[in-house]
Design a protein around this ligand. Structure first.
Ligand SMILES: [Zn+2]
Length: 136
């Protein structure tokens, strides 16, 4: 199974909870999930994994570089699979929806600004907090 290989590659032993949680994160709903979202998805799939285990496994995944944790202001940490490519986020303050985007101009400007200060960017994290536009 693909999940088993991914776990081993990340240096983690293959256990049932780890495989199940990885499968959920790889599913279509898994783009940005809180620990509670993962727990609920496990319940729906009738998998017997407790919330404490979900937290522990997600933290292990984060440590192994399998997932990235985001601490958006809107509440709980959310996790997404580390896909190795950069993107920024928008968080809707009304629905909690998380939208991904990438803008070459913003990327370029950030490099220029760091450069003007004598630095190069190691990493950056841009989050826009948004709400639906009011209809006029
Ligand atoms: Zn994302």
């Amino acid at each position: 199974m693909l999940e088993n290989q991914e776990l081993r590659k990340a240096g983690l032993k293959v256990t049932l909870p780890r495989v199940k949680i990885l499968q959920i994160l790889e599913g279509s709903k898994g783009l940005h999930m809180s620990a509670e979202d993962v727990y609920k998805a496990l319940l729906e799939a009738e998998e017997d994994v407790g919330l404490a285990t979900v937290y522990r496994v997600l933290t292990q995944f984060e440590g192994a570089g399998l997932v990235v944790r985001h601490n958006f202001d809107s509440g709980h940490s959310v996790f997404e699979l580390a896909r190795g490519e950069h993107h920024d986020h928008m968080v809707c303050m009304e629905s909690g929806e998380i939208i991904e985007f990438i803008d070459e101009e913003i990327e370029r400007r950030q490099k220029e600004i760091a450069d003007q200060h004598g630095y190069e960017i190691v990493d950056h994290n841009l989050v826009l907090y948004v709400k639906p536009k009011e209809k006029s």
